[in-house]
Write a protein that binds this ligand. Structure first.
Ligand code: NDP
Ligand code: OXD
Length: 312
């Protein structure tokens, strides 16, 4: 079996690390990097993070494409992606753990009002703000998949009041769940801290907009760790400048890296991080992908098979 590592969005060092790990995991198979010479007609599986439009069409014997990340919006946006080649996303408990850690950190930041203390510090003002217990604080989570449901369970176990939103009805013990577009204003109404963990699809594009923000309580905070395309940036800036929303944490952007001239970098009520809330750990991901390829080869459905009609 021949495997191609196609990582146009990685640095050469990252690609070299991945290649090294993959060669140790796939001991009986040929693994090549896109930067080496290889015969496209021999490639059966492609492991990808960053590709050029139409480039999969060179591979006549391609059996499946495995994403090195959880989100596949970029891949599916390729109009030349063949319909008969399965696309599989990464489901790795490591990703859920690191995402949960990041979100918890930002939730505690907002819950303990550190964004407000920062303003007081900027003004040189010594003043204690009131405290409320986690159970009095309602967190809303958009997206109850692998990552969103892990975040909900963790925040709920840490005492917060949590509500979540998905496409289909879901049950998560201790979490109030809503589903369907009609229920979105309802969850927004309760969310003092709103977390976006949706996949980017035609239905979720621009979901974090003025319409949603106006439903949220005054002084609420936003954490977007889904995709940049979920957010209407000018609506967020307006909501922050108008003091309806208090602060936002943005980890993802429509164009990454975020342009130096973007106003988001310098906005006093926005924290920017470079798409680092959950980073794929090559060792665990390589093992999971190897198991998944074995499953595919034995005729079983790989875990994380993307439903192209849903877009995730
Ligand atoms: P999943 O596919 O497991 O879960 C997606 C969830 O979103 C499901 O609960 C699904 O509902 C819900 N959903 C999808 N469409 C809609 C809709 N139209 N209305 C309401 N709910 C909807 O994805 P993951 O949890 O693994 O990942 C989520 C996203 O997180 C990724 O797609 C990626 O964009 C982002 N991500 C970001 C990272 C970062 O570092 N910033 C790292 C990893 C992922 P249902 O359950 O009903 O199907
Ligand atoms: C992603 C990832 O989908 O890093 O953003 O897994």
């Amino acid at each position: 079996m021949s495997i191609l590592l196609l990582t146009r969005d990685f640095t050469p060092e990252e690609t070299a690390d991945w290649l090294d790990i993959l060669k140790r995991v796939f001991t009986n198979d040929a693994v090549v990097s896109w930067q080496e010479a290889f015969n496209p007609d021999e490639i059966e599986y492609i492991l990808v993070w960053g590709h050029e439009r139409g480039e999969f069409n060179r591979f006549g014997r391609l059996k499946a494409i495995f994403s090195l990340g959880a989100g596949v919006d970029e891949l599916l946006r390729d109009p030349d992606l063949r319909a008969d080649v399965p696309v599989v996303r990464l489901i790795d408990p490591n990703l859920a753990e690191t995402m949960t850690e990041y979100v918890h950190m930002r939730v505690l930041h907002y819950h303990r009002r550190l964004h407000e203390y920062q303003r007081l510090q900027d003004a040189g003002e010594w003043r204690q703000l009131s405290y409320m217990a986690p159970k009095e604080r309602t967190i809303g989570v958009l997206g109850l998949g692998e990552l969103g449901s892990a975040v909900c369970k963790h925040l709920s176990a840490n005492g917060f009041t949590v509500c979540g939103w998905s496409r289909n009805s879901k049950r998560i013990p201790g979490v109030a769940t809503y589903h369907g577009s009609d229920a979105l204003p309802e969850i927004a109404k309760h969310a003092e801290i709103l977390i976006c963990l949706l996949p980017l699809t035609a239905q979720t594009q621009g979901v974090l907009s003025q319409t949603l923000f106006t439903h949220m309580p005054s002084g609420a905070c936003l954490i977007n760790v889904g995709r940049g395309g979920h957010l209407v940036e000018r609506d967020l800036v307006r909501a922050l400048d108008g003091n309806h929303l208090a602060h936002a944490t943005l980890d993802v952007f429509p164009n990454e890296p975020l342009a130096r001239e973007s106003e988001l970098w310098r906005h006093p009520k926005i924290t920017v991080t470079p798409h680092c809330s959950a980073l794929t750990a090559p060792k665990s991901a390589a093992r999971i992908i190897a198991e998944n390829i074995a499953r595919h080869q034995s005729g079983s459905v790989p875990a994380g098979l993307v439903d192209r009609s849903r877009g995730y």
